[in-house]
Design a protein around this ligand. Structure first.
Ligand code: NAD
Length: 377
């Protein structure tokens, strides 16, 4: 269902939306039907001036969760596409993570320089009116303070207090387990001793991952644009430091992208010698289908990013229901088994691992819907 909520004071169909659609020839209903969205909300107010889109993709498994980003999109169509694409991604991510959460995403169309408390409070009121169908948190151009401001108007926000100490250690643990599953599947060994791993990006996740790998005897090759970080990882874990552009062509067993999206593309893939790609970065494939197929053709086993990096979402979900470290880490352990299942599906059906993970997510959603029908009967 597409909901351009009425023309009340606070909810209006985005001004000029109709013209934009005509200009860019996007058929909204066709698009959301094809992508499977349940609901798309266009939020508009004059005082304060707010334009936001909340996309609720699927709530079969639970309330839609998805962080809010604020960007000065080139046009409203670009904002809408971002919200639609990312909310669908959240559905697949949560389904593969095995947590009772659906997929959503919100975008606020604004220049970050103009953001202010009034804007976030007005946005919070839109969320509160959804009565828990959508739960949000912090994404691009929002700070923890902005999230705290939103929470003055709504209960449906996560990450207000870092009850768990932040998601990065949990994400890194999930990536480590996923990397192990991929190595086991492709290299037929569960022993990481002497395994050569190239890690791109030594931020919150990358450094924690290096620690796990070092503790399990892997040989590390690392890069970052920050010399301070590379020096620290060299000192702590005896890693070999390489220049950022060298990381793709190293003669290693595993490449672990933990910095940027879009880095698996037509330029980099021909240089990759690793037989496994397993890292935390979001949206690693430049063009999902094309570059997924290129990796498969090179017999490189790719651990789909949204499956292997789900530790962060699992952590946030646990914050929402009352943080229990043991339960959170137990749920993260499932990433290992889920990836083995995905690799097995991909091999048996001769499809990319990305397609196999979507299939798994869709199966889980279908089952949940079926169970709901039985419960009604
Ligand atoms: P971060 O910002 O702490 O670290 C990113 C690191 O990448 C920084 O040290 C940065 O200097 C480095 N970097 C940037 N450009 C680079 C380049 N060209 N070459 C090499 N290094 C470069 O981020 P993070 O929290 O560690 O997350 C890493 C990735 O994982 C991001 O893509 C993030 O979206 C994704 N992710 C993170 C989490 C989480 O829990 N933090 C969860 C899911 C996904």
């Amino acid at each position: 269902m597409l909901t351009g909520i009425g023309k009340s004071e606070n909810f209006q169909f985005l001004k000029g939306q109709a013209e934009v659609i005509e200009e860019t020839r996007v058929n909204l209903f066709e698009t959301v039907t094809e992508m499977g969205h349940e609901q798309v909300l266009f939020c508009h107010g004059k005082d304060p001036d707010i334009k936001a889109i909340i996309a609720i993709h699927d709530t079969s498994l639970g309330p839609a969760m998805g962080a809010t980003r604020l960007l000065p999109y080139a046009n409203e169509d670009a904002a809408l596409k971002d919200a639609l694409r990312l909310s669908r991604g959240m559905t697949y991510k949560a389904a593969c993570a095995g947590i009772p959460v659906g997929g959503g995403k919100a975008v606020i169309i604004a220049n970050p320089e103009n953001k202010n408390a009034d804007l976030f409070r007005a946005y919070g009121r839109f969320i509160e009116r959804l009565n828990g169908r959508f739960i949000t948190g912090q994404d691009v151009n929002l700070t923890p303070d902005d999230v705290r401001t939103i929470s003055q108007e709504t209960r449906y926000v996560v990450g207000v207090e870092e009850r768990s100490g932040g998601p990065a250690p949990v994400t890194a643990w999930g990536v480590f387990l996923g990397l192990k599953a991929a190595v086991e599947s492709r290299l037929q060994t569960s022993d990481l001793k002497g395994l050569k791993v190239a890690v791109q990006g030594l931020g919150n996740v990358g450094q924690n991952l290096c620690r796990h790998l070092h503790e399990h005897g892997a040989k590390l090759f690392v890069t970052d644009i920050s010399k301070e970080k590379t020096e620290e990882v060299k000192r702590l874990f005896g890693a070999t430091v390489v220049e950022p552009e060298e990381i793709y062509s190293l003669d290693v067993d595993v490449l672990s992208p933990c910095a940027l999206g879009g880095i698996l593309n037509s330029e980099t893939i021909p240089h990759i010698k690793a037989s496994v790609i397993a890292g935390a970065a979001n949206n690693q494939l430049g063009v999902e289908l094309l570059h997924g197929q290129m990796l498969t053709a090179k017999e490189i086993l790719y651990a789909p990013d949204y499956v292997i990096n789900a530790g962060g979402l699992i952590n946030v979900y646990n914050e929402m229901i009352g943080y229990d470290e043991e339960r959170a880490f137990q749920q993260v352990r499932n990433i290992y088994d889920t990836l083995l299942e995905i690799f097995d599906r991909a091999q048996k059906q001769d499809i990319t691992t990305n397609d196999a993970s979507k299939q798994l997510a869709e199966d889980r959603i279908r089952k949940a819907r079926h169970l709901k029908t039985l419960a009604v009967v």
